[in-house]
Ligand binder design. Structure first.
Ligand code: SF4
Ligand code: SF4
Length: 254
């Protein structure tokens, strides 16, 4: 069985199995799909006060999406702040932020690295999710990876194409929460429509002091943090400037 086929089966299997699990669990984590797509902006809220750095979300993402060894669609950065004896240890989950104004998208268009005459491989759905059409993406091309200031696109060693978080669109389209959200041990992750003021996520964002990473880029990332203090923000922004992470980088970043 080819690796590609294995990954497709994994995706479909995960959909069915987790859909069933949610049904018995009362579907508490499933986002509402009542509104028209154009009015939505799917987004994520991460409460850093609740993240315990267990990496369950990282593993769930890899299993759900068949992400190859050595690369990640999602990662939880571990960092230390302060100096002895006043030190702090922090965990910061990061994946594609599905920006309102993504820099990856024009890079795909400008460099014409996609297969096809009129459509870019990278595109934004009406619900705000930024996706890569694997069939249109040309192997060996990386302008989108360079353009993303968050370093959130990686090079898939099996397909030789760009890959990244999809907000588990295959699950969300069925009314099921992304795998990372459903798996989160600490209850740190929330997913939903940030444009709907009555949604739980929009209310939580409004009720808390939330931040996004690199706000000066004016890309409006749809990934909000509670508990991101200035020191942690500066440190993690410095870390994500670097090159693609290796598995060993997930711990002891400093
Ligand atoms: S985080 Fe990077 S890859 Fe994701 S939408 Fe924004 S610019 Fe594109
Ligand atoms: S599963 Fe939740 S608590 Fe564990 S590392 Fe991921 S976000 Fe943090």
């Amino acid at each position: 069985m080819s690796e590609q086929t294995r990954r497709e089966i994994l995706k479909r299997g995960g959909q069915v199995a987790l859909g069933g699990a949610l049904a018995t669990a009362g579907a508490a984590a499933a986002p509402r799909l009542a509104k028209a797509a154009a009015e939505r902006q799917w987004g994520m809220l991460v409460d850093l006060r609740r993240c315990i750095g267990c990496q369950a979300c990282t593993v769930a993402c890899k299993a759900e999406n068949g992400v190859p060894l050595g690369v990640f669609r999602r990662r939880v950065r571990t960092l230390m702040t302060g100096s002895f004896p006043e030190v702090g240890r922090h965990f910061v989950p990061i994946s594609c932020f599905h920006c309102e104004k993504p820099k990856c998208l024009p890079a795909c268009d400008k460099h014409k690295c996609y297969d096809g005459q009129s459509e870019t491989a990278l595109y934004k759905r009406e619900d705000g999710t930024v996706l890569i059409d694997e069939a249109k993406c040309k192997p060996g091309k990386k302008p989108c990876m360079t353009a993303c200031p968050y370093n959130n696109i990686f090079y898939d060693p099996l397909t030789k194409k760009a890959d990244k978080c999809t907000f588990c669109e295959h699950r969300v389209d069925q009314g099921v929460a992304p795998a990372c959200v459903q798996t989160c041990e600490g209850g740190a992750l929330q997913f939903g429509d940030v444009k709907d003021p009555s949604s739980a996520i929009a209310r939580a964002i409004a009720a808390n002091d939330t931040k996004v990473l690199k706000p000066r880029k004016k890309m409006n990332p749809s990934f909000h943090y509670i508990g991101l203090d200035d020191d942690v923000q500066k440190t993690v922004e410095g870390m994500i400037k670097g090159k693609q992470l290796r598995p060993t980088d997930l711990e002891n970043d400093r």
